[in-house]
Design a protein around this ligand. Sequence first.
Ligand SMILES: Nc1nc2c(ncn2[C@@H]2O[C@H](COP(=O)(O)OP(=O)(O)OP(=O)(O)O)[C@@H](O)[C@H]2O)c(=O)[nH]1
Ligand SMILES: [Mg+2]
Length: 365
Amino acid sequence: MSVSVVAPTYREADNIRPLATRIRATMEAARLDWELILTDDDSRDGSEEVALELGRSLPVRFHVRRARPRDLSQSVLDGIRLARFDRLVVLDADLSHPPEQIPELLAALCGDAGMAVGSRYAPGGRIDGAWSRYRTLNSRVATRLTRPLTHCADPLSGFFAVDRRRLPPLDELAPVGFKIGLELMVRGGLRVREVPIRFKARHGGSSKLTWRQQLAFLRHLFRLYRYRFGLPVRLLSFGAVGATGLLVDTAVYLGLQAVGFGHLLARFLSFWPAVTWNWRLNRVLTFDDRPPARAVGQWTRFAFASTVGLATNVGSYAVLTSLVEPFMARPLLALFAGVAVGSAANFAVATRFVYRRRRPAAGSQ
Ligand SMILES: Nc1nc2c(ncn2[C@@H]2O[C@H](COP(=O)(O)OP(=O)(O)OP(=O)(O)O)[C@@H](O)[C@H]2O)c(=O)[nH]1
Ligand SMILES: [Mg+2]
């Protein structure tokens, strides 16, 4: 049997040699044909030299990804594309994942299992070494957040085996950050088998798990929720963006009055920064799966959608409070109903005309 091992690296120069040595020992003992692909994000810390040196006597390849921002998931996808064999194992290069368990993972990758995950949280799995209480909690909470997406006990593990022939087209994936395994199991709809592992907390090199990465994880999670649950998630996101827009609106409205503007003019003016805020956030979050569009045209269409929303909002308030019995005595209820109907109208126009699904075909009128 042949296997390509893909290890993402960023500044792991000191860990590469022990990693390759342990993989070689394991593969030789298990009589597996192998290669190790280090997918590096242009570390420039001597990793390349170590890898090239190893490559003289071992099947070690070094791939440098220069696209920015650097991204673990994207470099793993590069590695998957480059692999010579269809059976793939992905593991971290910091020696947290025991290469000695690769044969176990491969053995689990059989029958209907499309993915075998090296699991810290399956019965028998464990974490050795000094993880702070914060780090432990962090990992647990992050894992909890994936519950609606998968039954796997450790879907955030970076140690897994897959068969490339069972993966979805790689260009359809949209991971961001560290959790490429989660992306593959959710979008690929892969049946997962878990292999308990003995995870070792990093002891050499430096951690790349920063706040930025944690935010990237939340963003990735949002994309997967939207993929899995569709419209309700998009609506919720649109609503949350709208709520932050209301804060911008209010702040500008009050600020302008504080510097001497009349309240009507302040009201008229504060609408635009709020619209711009909402447009931008929806562009980078709610609808970031839609094809990119020119900013100015899209902003104009969004401003139109917001005006439709505002008109529907105020219009329904007027109709409800003047014509519909239960609302006549309860204007506050009518206000909320107006906001709901107006937001729905805003969303409907935005989803259809602002953040369009596909560009019109070239040349068509
Ligand atoms: N190609 C690439 N690899 C990365 C990047 N960030 C981290 N890595 C590698 O991905 C693996 C996981 O990163 P770690 O820094 O160990 O992250 P972690 O395991 O969540 O945290 P610690 O082990 O506590 O540091 C390691 O092999 C890193 O070298 C990146 O931006 N690009
Ligand atoms: Mg690590």
